[in-house]
Write a protein that binds this ligand. Sequence first.
Ligand SMILES: Cc1ncc(COP(=O)(O)O)c(C=O)c1O
Length: 436
Amino acid sequence: MRLHSSSLHGSLRDPVLGSIGFLNEVMSRYPEAISFAPGAPHPDTLENIDTEWYVGRFIDYLVQTGRSPEQARRLLLEYGPSRGIINGIVADALRRDHGIDAPANTLVMTVGAQEAMLLVLRALFRSGEGVLAVANPCFVGIVGAARLLDIDVIPVDEMDVGIDLDGLEQTCRSSREDGRPVRALYVAPDFSNPGAARMSLGRRRRLLDLAEREGFLVIEDNAYGFTAAAGAELPPLKALDTARSVVHIGTFAKVAFPGARVGYVIADQPIGSSGGGTLLADELAAVKSMVTVNTSPLCQAVIGGMLLEHGGSVIELSRRKSELYQRNLTCLVDALDHHLGDGSHPGIRWNRPCGGFFVRVHLPVPVDAALLEVSAAKYGVLWTPMRQFYLGRAGDHQLRLSCSYLDPERIEEGVRRLTAFLSEEIECRSDSGNSD
Ligand SMILES: Cc1ncc(COP(=O)(O)O)c(C=O)c1O
């Protein structure tokens, strides 16, 4: 039977669902190019991960905490509880590392942060009611999940200092007046993807006050918090959340390895008016039982073993990775300053994030797939057009550079190529004055 695309769910024709495939396709056609496109982990961080050994470490822990070796082995080979099997270890790590006081029963282990987003949105949004506000530009994963579920998304501008709180307040007011109140806000307060925004402590507190006042939940994505320089860490929103307004989503994709596909969500919100009821986490586990049933126990065991081996601390587990990504980011910004910062490239500017994987470059011309093709074919350098991360008409004059998986020499060479591309192709087409 031939199917008409118009007979399939509308989200399948939404560009956001094709955005990752588009980049992979361009990269596959230019394997020799230096790619600043993907936010992939640095290959060094994947060396010497002895998954079997970590599984053994976790089995030893199960035996030490009361299971027989046979029970421990079976736990990893059978279907498991939807909420997960390493929740206690993760809850302890979050308490130790960040002061997040979330008991194990408030956590659900998920197939990456991506599944956590889907579960949370499914549970929170009734058909046709309420809207999801997102920091704009926005991670495609949350917008894609909302599209799959027919949830309306409303953008709120994000600057280098984080989401525009006055704009958010205004959005809450106008959405309420329209009869479609903001039910939840998605935000990544530490080095968002793609904007690399970071919220100060004061702004975090203001956001939580606003959430309480306006009655929306904050979906916090903490994928890049670990990249903060030592001593410059800020508490996640969840550590400041006294009103249970925050649903916190984390992932082991960057602090351990992405192939594990292990993430988690803290959902400690009580359901119902009196005590003794259920938690949002229980509802998420019920949704999960109809999506992926459970997160692979073997993969959870590897992550559990990695955490135990690093003193039960994500900070310890990720310390060297954090240093590596700090080094790469410094390298990228220094190379941009060195090659493009001499004042002879009008209209070209970039931000200077202090963590995360990404730098944004503003150009005086529109940045689109055709321009990327020229950059790849003639200059051997790839990047991501920022347009695909924006809702509404914005971001046309920006590109995103990711420095996570390159070595310093490749970053330097990549910026040289980028400089040649910008000097020869961009400055002559410049419609300067038009930038966003
Ligand atoms: C903002 C953000 N959240 C979450 C993730 C990770 O998601 P997952 O755990 O599903 O790999 C990424 C990965 O690129 C990301 O950029």
